[in-house]
Design a protein around this ligand. Structure first.
Ligand code: AMP
Length: 394
């Protein structure tokens, strides 16, 4: 178990907190501030416990240079409104300079300052000096609360832990609790649903989950690489040629290990990758010539919904079809509803599946929605995340 801010005395200390303020922006305006509101409990706790709070984050990909469109100034303004107290914005093209050092030194307990986008510095994503040392000189305790970047070893996500006591904030604590408990001590039956398009990325996750789950439901674009591996025709469906053999190996491994690896039995298909394309339903063993699978079909929805209804723990990563197109959102929507109706612990692995439960209005019915797509995928893959490994053990 990793230490959290509850396990360390922060009173009177300068606390450096890595947040994930990588918010979506349009014309200089923040279009969704969920990442800022999610960080408030940790920030409030530190203020209430008399810490001087220095916040850090990245936004977008300025690629190691100061780019005004990626400034964190709008975040400072929004945070100030949400928190109802002054946020000192340490504007600097190099993130840390003499002015920022002086401002940090003068920061009093209960005050909050926000540094400029850490990715203005080219060292950040390489976890290199002198940037880590410059950041470290500003504080005495490092708190990581940015789960979305925890799978990256950067100066502000992992490097700082070499300089000072390092603990997690409440957001990372929650992620580790839900994702970790699901993998280590799930209530059974434990079901995982893996969808999305990138089979190559997801095969290592499927491999790891096969050791843990009772049933694994496959959906989305990667379905067709599996169906191809089973020896059937897939028309013009998405295919990852390089993963056909691996998909075949996973099917064999599932049979050998007694894991119920389920592949869609039917698909909603179209001639074109377009919402306006005429749609038909095909069995997986009889895909119509010239058609591509765009969504799981009605028989698959029924079978999968049954499995979900009986589950006690469900982890979902990746949509079951092209849910961005209304004509092909049905499968993903039905699976989201099945999760909403179930009394299992339901965990959504970030990215597109998080967007899907939002889109279908069932987000508040889920037990936990992970804030990090890539990070939650690596967690489910069984990998150690550098931004979490570096934190102190209890
Ligand atoms: P991923 O990033 O791997 O989770 O993939 C998410 C994307 O997969 C979404 O944009 C979906 O539109 C896409 N997707 C889901 N099902 C299919 C499908 N049958 N064919 C092509 N793309 C799909």
């Amino acid at each position: 178990m990793k230490k959290t801010i509850r396990d360390i005395d922060v009173s009177g200390k300068k606390v450096l907190v890595r947040c994930d303020f990588n918010v979506p922006m349009q014309n200089g305006e923040i279009t969704d501030d969920i990442r800022i509101t999610s960080a408030l409990p940790t920030i409030r706790y530190l203020i209430e416990n008399n810490a001087a709070v220095i916040l850090m984050s990245h936004m977008g990909r300025p690629k190691g240079e100061p780019k005004p469109e990626f400034t964190l100034k709008p975040v400072a303004e929004r945070l100030q409104k949400l928190l109802g107290q002054e946020i000192i914005f340490a504007q600097s093209d190099v993130v840390v300079d003499a002015g920022v050092e002086a401002a940090a030194a003068a920061l009093k307990p209960g005050q909050v300052m926000l540094l400029e986008n850490v990715r203005y510095r080219k060292e950040e994503t390489k976890n290199e000096e002198p940037f880590t040392g410059q950041l470290a000189a500003l504080g005495e305790i490092f708190v990581n609360d940015a789960f979305g970047t925890a799978h990256r070893a950067h100066c502000s996500t992992a490097g700082l832990a070499a300089y000072m006591p390092a603990v997690s904030g409440f957001l990372i604590e929650k992620e580790v609790k839900f994702l970790g408990d699901a993998l280590e001590e799930p209530e059974r039956p434990f079901v995982a649903i893996m969808g999305g398009a990138k089979v190559g990325d997801k095969i290592p996750v499927i491999k790891n989950l096969m050791k843990k789950v009772d049933t694994l439901l496959i959906g989305g674009g990667m379905t067709y690489t599996f169906i191809k591996a089973m020896g059937y025709d897939i028309g013009t469906s998405l295919l990852d040629e390089e993963s056909i053999d691996l998909a075949g190996e996973l099917l064999a491994q599932a049979r050998h290990d007694g894991v119920n690896l389920m592949i869609p039995v039917d698909s909603v298909c179209a001639r074109e990758f377009s919402n306006d394309s005429e749609k038909i339903v095909c069995d997986s063993t009889a895909m119509a010539d010239g058609y591509m699978g765009m969504d799981i079909g009605p028989k698959t929805v029924e079978l999968y919904s049954d499995v979900i209804a009986k589950a006690k723990t469900v982890v979902w990563n990746g949509p079951c079809g092209v849910f961005e197109m209304p004509n092909f959102e049905g499968g993903t929507k039905a699976i989201a509803q099945a999760l909403a109706d179930s009394d299992a612990v339901t965990i959504i692995g970030g990215g597109d599946s998080a967007a899907a439960v939002e889109q279908f209005g069932v987000a508040d019915k889920m037990t936990h929605i992970s804030t990090g797509g890539g990070a939650s995928l690596e967690f489910l893959e069984g990998k150690e995340l550098p931004g979490i490994v570096c934190l102190e053990e209890k």
